[in-house]
Design a protein around this ligand. Structure first.
Ligand code: ATP
Length: 236
């Protein structure tokens, strides 16, 4: 397994947001995490990227225990997160934003290759290379956030709500691109409100409820699971 969480609990002060999460992601997979608002999806991502410390349990990545490793060192190991709500640098140009994603790296030739790759995945970013990030549309900023996360050449790409706020046509497009990124060799862990899209694109998925995993299976299994349909897919 590339990523293994075992019995992870996480607290925000006295609020316990995660109650013993165990999940794993194999190399080459797209794994989705679905659940209602407040279920703990983003918190699980923060535990993995190291943005919040875990109270108990362990996180293993690529054979190494990273439970207590600093967030920036996790990026160096190959974990990269595209945060919820885009979180790009609004005053920097598209190109500068992408360059920031490569801040842990020194090899200029490789960085240029990856810039080309980001521009070929997202032609719109190439067209807007010199535009200031904060003046881009919501969908463009979302693409920029994903492109920037890719610039660290991650083994594992963490995507928190990549389809949030996007028009239906762009939602299809961003999921197509996620599948393409995966087919080019990057493992993906995806948090999504859009359970329909996430489950139809993911190899496997976990369902989170109030900080606990209540169900897991292949994307196809969960798409046809009556309780998942009822709660998350808007059809009984
Ligand atoms: P959403 O889809 O609404 O973002 P989520 O599944 O990602 O939901 P989290 O954001 O992980 O949920 O939140 C899980 C729980 O932790 C919620 O009850 C939330 O109120 C709480 N929480 C999240 N961030 C903080 C924080 N910084 N301080 C205190 N409580 C927090």
């Amino acid at each position: 397994m590339l990523l293994e969480l075992q019995d992870v609990t996480l607290l925000y002060g006295r609020i316990q947001a995660l109650h013993g999460i165990s999940l794993n992601v194999g190399e080459g997979e797209i794994v989705a995490l679905i659940g209602a608002n407040g279920a703990g999806k983003s918190t699980t991502m923060r535990a993995i990227s190291g943005l919040r410390p875990v109270a108990q349990g362990s996180i293993k990545f690529d054979g190494e225990d990273i439970t207590k490793l600093r967030a920036d060192l996790r990026v160096v190991r190959g974990v990269s997160q595209s945060p919820e709500g885009r979180g790009i640098f609004p005053g920097m140009t598209v190109r500068e934003n992408l360059e920031m994603g490569a801040y842990t790296r020194r090899n200029r030739a490789e960085i240029n290759q990856d810039l080309d790759r980001a521009f070929s995945l997202f032609p719109r970013l190439k067209e807007r290379e010199k535009q200031v990030g904060g003046t881009m549309s919501g969908g463009e900023q979302q693409m920029l956030a994903v492109g920037r996360a890719l610039m660290s050449r991650p083994k594992l790409l963490l995507l928190d709500e990549p389809s949030m706020g996007l028009a239906p046509m762009l939602i299809q497009q961003i999921f197509d691109i996620i599948v393409e990124i995966n087919q080019q060799g990057t493992t993906v862990l995806l948090v999504e409100q859009n359970a329909q899209q996430a489950l139809s694109r993911a190899h496997r998925a976990y369902v989170l409820e109030t900080g606990r995993i209540v169900k897991t299976g292949t994307g196809a299994e969960l798409l046809t699971d009556p309780s998942v349909k009822d709660a998350y897919l808007g059809v009984a």
